[in-house]
Design a protein around this ligand. Structure first.
Ligand code: ZN
Length: 68
């Protein structure tokens, strides 16, 4: 099984993700999707998507639970 965010090998600690970062990315994506459905970036490269989502979380949610 591979990380659904960046497709690296899954780490048991962060299953089904490879790291806390990817878990945060997925959480942020799900959370935003709850009230705004993204429909314009589905074809992006997963790495770019993760990068964009990380920045979006930082800019819209302060630093409440974001690891540096
Ligand atoms: Zn990952």
């Amino acid at each position: 099984m591979s990380c659904p965010i960046c497709h690296k090998p899954t780490q048991t600690t962060f299953r089904p993700f490879c790291s806390q970062r990817c878990a945060d990315v997925d959480l942020g994506r799900w959370f935003k999707g709850a009230y705004r459905t993204p429909s314009f970036r589905q074809d992006n490269d997963p790495a770019d998507l993760a990068e964009a989502e990380g920045k979006a979380i930082l800019s819209s949610h302060d630093t409440s639970h974001q690891q540096p």
